[in-house]
Every structure is written in structure tokens, then in C-alpha cells.
Design a protein around this ligand. Structure first.
Ligand code: COD
Length: 163
């Protein structure tokens, strides 16, 4: 049986913390679908198309990874893709409450779908997309924290010269 997981997120933009979770999820599942949420509630810096393109670009060489946009309920997307699990990353205790609520609600909506949590790698434990956006907007160096394509896209977005 082919084991498929969905790793959903906003990915605004994808960071090395996300990438680390994707690579580790690939060791547990035959296929990992990175689900980029259109998300109606969050104001994003990058458009849905830009976020999808960046995730595609930086996961191109990882076997078993597919990138798809989705809107609406996550569990509906998971079912449509024939996945058995949702992968989420946990950085700190502060992530736990939201992740806990989300996984319980998803379980209520789709009993057969499991949520699998992967702990952050220590070196990325402080890393969030919002911190990256903030530092990049103010011209700070983000090298090593995001893939080079994302670094470039951020500098372009903020009309900054590469550091
Ligand atoms: N290390 C490890 N994990 C990390 C790191 C890091 N440095 N940075 C982020 N992560 C993890 C996050 O904890 C999260 O698990 C995942 O990576 C994605 O993060 P984000 O911030 O890009 O994505 P979110 O949390 O904004 O995604 C939220 C969803 C879009 C998945 C959610 O809103 C959703 O499911 N929307 C669809 C509508 C729906 O079904 N709603 C009901 C849900 S109960």
C-alpha cells in the first residue's frame, strides 16, 4: 500500500525549517504532498501562485514530493488526495495549543485521518515565516535560513539589493 501524507501550510514563504520537515516526512511516507493553502484569513506577502512556485522550486530534487494548492477544508483536500495522514511541525510549547486544536478538529471532521507531528530541528527551532518576512523587509541577512531562491524572491519583493 502506498502511504501518502499531506504537509499543509501557508508557506509565506517556505523556510529551511519547513524544508527539513518535508525531507524527514519523506522518510516516513511514500509520497508527501505539500499543500499550499490559499487561506482566506491570513494576509500573505506572496500570492498563492508565488508561494506554490517557490515550494516547487526548492523541493524539485526531493523524490516523492508533490506540490499542490488547495482551498477549503484541509480534510477534504486530504481525502481527495487519498492521504492517510497530515504532517505538522512543532517548534515550541507555543505551537502546541493551536496544533492540538487543529488536529482534534480535523479528527472530528475525518476520523480516518491521523496527524503526525515532527519536532523541529534544533537549528530551526526559532524560525518562522513571519520572522523571515520581518527581517528581510528591514534589510537583515537571512542567508542559511531560507533556500537561495526564497532569499532572492524576498529581496525582489522588498526592492533590496542582495546582501
Ligand atoms: N520547524 C519545524 N516546523 C515548522 C517550522 C520550523 N522552523 N516552521 C514552521 N513549521 C511548521 C508549522 O508548525 C506548521 O505545522 C507547518 O510547518 C506549516 O507552517 P505555516 O505557518 O506555513 O502554515 P500554517 O500553520 O499557517 O497552516 C495552517 C493551515 C493552512 C494548514 C490551516 O489554516 C488549514 O488547515 N487551513 C485550511 C482550512 C481548514 O481546514 N481549517 C480548519 C483546520 S482545523
Amino acid at each position: 500500500m502506498v502511504r501518502v501524507a499531506v504537509y499543509p501550510g501557508t508557506f509565506d514563504p517556505i523556510t529551511n525549517g519547513h524544508l527539513d520537515v518535508i525531507k524527514r516526512a519523506c522518510k516516513l511516507f511514500d509520497r508527501v504532498i505539500v499543500g499550499v493553502a490559499r487561506d482566506n484569513y491570513k494576509q500573505t506577502l506572496f500570492s498563492l501562485e508565488e508561494r506554490v512556485r517557490l515550494v516547487q522550486e526548492v523541493t524539485r530534487d526531493i523524490p516523492g514530493v508533490e506540490v499542490k494548492a488547495f482551498q477549503g477544508l484541509l480534510v477534504d483536500f486530504v481525502r481527495r488526495e487519498g492521504a492517510c495522514a497530515v504532517v505538522r511541525g512543532l517548534r515550541a510549547v507555543s505551537d502546541f495549543e493551536y496544533e492540538f486544536q487543529m488536529s482534534i478538529m480535523n479528527k472530528k471532521l475525518a476520523e480516518e485521518v491521523e496527524t503526525v507531528f515532527l519536532m523541529t530541528a534544533t537549528e530551526y527551532s526559532f524560525l518562522t515565516s513571519s520572522i523571515i518576512r520581518q527581517v528581510a523587509a528591514l534589510g537583515g541577512c537571512i542567508r542559511g535560513l531560507v533556500p537561495p531562491a526564497v532569499e532572492l524572491a524576498l529581496y525582489e519583493k522588498f526592492n533590496l539589493a542582495e546582501k
